[in-house]
Design a protein around this ligand. Structure first.
Ligand code: PDD
Length: 286
C-alpha cells in the first residue's frame, strides 16, 4: 500500500510529497514541529501536543495554518489513508515560501506538512536491559522550549552517541547540569526514591511524555521534583531513565564509563514504564 503524506491541503503519494526550494523551513529552519504517537489508530495526548504547537508557533510569530479541530481531522484522515494502527505522525509548520530574506515576509501562508509511519519502538533488549548515554556539552540556543525544526546540535549529538555505541547523548550546560537528551528528556531517581528531572524552563523541551509521566507518578504516590541535577549526581544515582513519544520510558544504565546503580534497570524506572504504558494500552484519555 502506498504511503500517503499531506502537504498544504493535499494528500499525496509520499514519494512525490514536496515543498518549494524557497520554503523558509528549508532555508532558515524557520519552523516548528510535533511528533505524535498513534495508538490503536488514534492520536495520543493530542491536546498536549496542540497546546505545545501553539506555544511554539507563538514564540516564532508564525500563524497557525488551521484550527486545532481542523488539524485533528487532517491527522485522522492521514492515519486512515495510511492504515496506521500504531506509529507516529510528524507534523511541521514553517513560516512559508518567500524570496530569501532574513526578515519576515509581509504576506505569506504558513506551510503545513504531515507524514505518518509505523512505530519503531526501542528494541526489547533496550527496554529490558537499559541503554547507555554519553555526556556532551549543550551548545544549543536559549529557547529549547520551542520545538523548532533547527536541530543541528541535536543531530550532531545523536550521531556522536551512535558512533560511541550509545543510545542518546545527555547535554550538559555551563554549570555542569544535565538539561536533556538530543530527542528525549533526562531523569534520575535519588537514594530516597524521589524522581528528579530538569524544570520546564527555556533550557529544555517540555516533553509531552514528561508532562504525562509527572502526573502519573504523582498519582501513584511517587515524589517528583523538577530541579536541575548535575552529571556527577546522575552518575552516582541508583537509577536513571529517559522519556519521549517514541521511547516512552527507557532505563539508562550507563553514563559515559559509569554504570548507573548496578548497571541494570531499577524498580522505580520499571514501575514508571509500566504505569505509563498500561493506560495507553487501554486507550489514551484526553
Ligand atoms: N523528540 N527533548 C527534545 C529535545 C526532543 O526533541 C523531544 C522529542 C523530547 C521529548 O518530548 P516528547 O515527550 O513530547 O516526545 C525532549 C521527538 C520525539 C523527535 O524529535 O523525534
Amino acid at each position: 500500500m502506498a504511503r500517503i503524506s499531506y502537504v498544504n491541503g493535499r494528500f499525496l503519494p509520499h514519494a512525490s510529497a514536496s515543498v518549494h526550494v524557497e520554503d523558509r523551513g528549508y532555508q532558515f529552519a524557520d519552523g516548528v514541529y510535533e511528533v505524535m504517537a498513534i495508538r490503536g489508530g488514534a492520536p495520543a495526548n493530542e491536546a498536549l501536543h496542540f497546546a505545545r504547537l501553539e506555544r511554539s508557533l507563538g514564540a516564532l510569530r508564525i500563524a497557525a495554518p488551521m484550527s486545532p479541530r481542523a488539524l485533528g481531522l487532517v491527522i485522522r484522515e492521514l492515519v486512515r489513508r495510511n492504515r496506521l494502527s500504531d506509529g507516529i505522525v510528524y507534523l511541521q509548520v514553517t513560516r512559508g515560501v518567500a524570496p530569501r530574506d532574513h526578515r519576515f515576509p509581509d504576506h505569506v501562508r504558513p506551510s503545513l506538512v504531515l507524514t505518518a509511519r509505523r512505530a519503531r519502538p526501542p528494541s526489547p533488549e533496550a527496554v529490558d536491559e537499559g541503554v547507555a548515554v554519553i555526556a556532551i556539552p549543550d551548545i544549543r540556543w536559549g529557547r529549547c522550549d520551542v520545538k523548532a525544526i533547527a536541530l543541528l546540535p541535536n543531530a550532531l549529538g545523536k550521531q556522536q552517541a551512535w558512533e560511541a555505541g550509545a543510545y542518546e547523548a545527555w547535554q550538559i550546560d555551563d554549570a555542569g547540569m544535565v538539561t536533556e537528551g538530543t530527542s528525549t528528556n533526562a531523569w534520575i531517581v535519588t537514594d530516597a526514591g524521589e524522581v528528579v528531572t530538569h524544570p520546564a524552563d527555556h533550557a529544555i523541551l517540555d516533553g509531552v511524555t514528561r508532562v504525562r509521566l509527572i502526573e502519573i507518578a504523582r498519582a501513584a504516590g511517587i515524589t517528583v521534583t523538577q530541579r536541575p541535577f548535575s552529571l556527577e549526581e546522575a552518575k552516582a544515582a541508583p537509577e536513571a531513565f529517559l522519556t519521549s513519544t517514541t521511547a516512552a520510558v527507557l532505563p539508562v544504565v550507563q553514563i559515559d564509563d559509569s554504570l548507573v546503580g548496578a548497571g541494570w534497570p531499577g524498580p522505580v524506572t520499571r514501575r514508571l514504564r509500566d504505569l505509563y504504558l498500561v493506560p495507553a494500552a487501554a486507550g489514551p484519555k484526553e
